[in-house]
Design a protein around this ligand. Structure first.
Ligand code: 0X9
Ligand code: ZN
Length: 327
C-alpha cells in the first residue's frame, strides 16, 4: 500500500502501481514502456474506460529532485479509484507515469538530493573508474586519450525536459554535458524520453488524448505552451480558459495561488520539453506544465507534511479540468 506522509522509493512506487492494477484488474493495468539507462523498468499505470471518448496523460518526475511530483501522481491514481470519483474516471482513459526518470530519482534519494537529470553514462563511467577500461557500450574513437575519456565521464546525465525532438537544442538548453539543462547529444538520446514519446504516440493513434500534464516543481505556476518561443499557439485562449478553471479549483482547496502564463512569460525560454512535444508533435490540445509547491522557501526540499495538501489541491485542479472537458 501507499501513504502520502513520506516520500517513497521507486520500488515502493512501482509496487503501488502493481497493487492498484491488481485490485482493479477490470480497468487498470501496468505497462512497462521501456528501460532506463541503468536498467530499471519504466512503468505507466493505464486506466481503460469503456465509454470514454477522451484520454488524459500525466507524467511526473522527469526532474529527479522534484520529489513532490511522483508523490502527487500516486495520489491522483489513488483518487481516481475512490468511489466519489468513479464518474470522472470513467469519462476518460488515463495514463499516469509517476516517475519518468527512476534512475535520477533514486540517485537523488541516495546520493545527491539536488540531482535533476537522467543518469545516462553512469554505467560506462563506473566501469571506467573501476577498471580504467572502456565499457563496450561506449563508441571508442581513434586518438582519444585517457584524459579525454575522463572528461567524457565528468558530467553525466541529460535534462529530460530538453531532450524531446521538437525544436530540440534551440533556446534555453545547453550543449555542455555539465550543464543542468544539457539537451543531450541528439534529440531523444535518453531511453527515458525516447520510449516515453513512443509510448505516447502509440496511445495517441486513436486521437483520444485531449489533455497532457507534465508535473514539475517548484514555483506554483500553470505553464502554457510554447516553451521554445515567445509566440503562442493559435488556440491559446482555449488553453488559458481551462487553466483558469484548474487554477481556481486548485486555490479553492488550501488557498494556494498559481500564476498562469507561458514559460517564457513567467520563467525563461525552454526548448525540447515534453510539454511542447506533446502539443507540437503528438497534437494534444491542452498540454500544460504544472509547477507545484512551493514558491522557493523549501523549494525542491518540500517537507513531507506538505505532500498531502499539495497532492489534494493538484488532484482537484486536474479533476476540474477533466469535468470541464467532458461537459
Ligand atoms: O525548466 C523546466 O524544465 C521546467 N521548470 S523546472 O524548474 N521544473 O525545471 C519548466 C518547463 C516548462 N516548459 C514548457 N512549458 N515548455
Ligand atoms: Zn522540473
Amino acid at each position: 500500500k501507499m501513504n502520502w506522509e513520506s516520500y517513497h522509493s521507486i520500488e515502493e512506487i512501482y509496487n503501488y502501481l502493481d497493487f492498484v492494477a491488481e485490485a482493479n484488474d477490470d480497468v487498470a493495468s501496468v505497462e512497462v514502456y521501456g528501460t532506463s539507462s541503468e536498467g530499471r523498468p519504466l512503468k505507466a499505470l493505464k486506466i481503460k474506460s469503456p465509454k470514454a471518448k477522451q484520454a488524459i496523460f500525466i507524467e511526473a518526475g522527469i526532474h529527479a529532485r522534484e520529489w513532490i511530483t511522483p508523490a502527487t501522481a500516486t495520489y491522483i491514481i489513488n483518487q481516481l479509484f475512490h468511489e466519489n470519483n468513479t464518474a470522472v474516471r470513467e469519462n476518460f482513459d488515463w495514463i499516469i507515469v509517476p516517475s519518468t526518470n527512476p534512475d535520477g530519482y533514486e540517485y537523488s534519494r541516495t546520493t545527491n538530493r539536488l540531482w535533476r537529470k537522467t543518469r545516462s553514462g553512469s554505467r560506462a563511467s563506473k566501469i571506467f573508474q573501476e577498471t580504467g577500461k572502456m565499457a563496450r557500450s561506449v563508441k571508442q574513437k581513434k586518438g582519444r586519450t585517457v584524459a579525454s575519456y575522463r572528461k567524457l565521464f565528468e558530467c553525466l546525465g541529460v535534462d529530460g525536459n530538453r531532450n524531446w525532438d521538437f525544436h530540440w537544442r534551440e533556446g534555453g538548453s545547453s550543449i555542455h554535458s555539465c550543464s543542468e539543462t544539457y539537451a543531450g547529444s541528439t534529440a531523444f538520446s535518453e531511453p527515458e524520453t525516447k520510449s516515453l514519446s513512443e509510448y505516447i504516440l502509440k496511445n495517441t493513434e486513436s486521437g483520444k488524448f485531449t489533455a497532457y500534464f507534465a508535473i514539475h516543481s517548484y514555483s506554483q505556476m500553470w505553464l502554457l505552451p510554447w516553451g521554445y518561443t515567445k509566440n503562442t499557439p493559435e488556440d491559446i485562449a482555449d488553453l488559458k480558459r481551462l487553466a483558469k478553471i484548474g487554477a481556481e479549483a486548485l486555490r479553492s482547496v488550501h488557498g494556494t495561488n498559481f500564476r498562469i502564463g507561458t514559460t517564457p512569460g513567467l520563467l525563461y525560454i525552454a526548448s525540447g520539453s515534453s510539454n511542447d512535444w506533446a502539443k507540437g508533435v503528438a497534437g494534444i490540445k491542452y498540454a500544460y506544465t504544472l509547477e507545484l509547491r512551493d514558491k522557493g522557501y523549501y523549494g525542491f526540499l518540500l517537507p513531507p507534511k506538505y505532500i498531502l495538501p499539495t497532492a489534494e489541491e493538484t488532484w482537484n485542479a486536474i479533476k476540474a479540468c477533466a469535468n470541464e472537458l467532458v461537459t
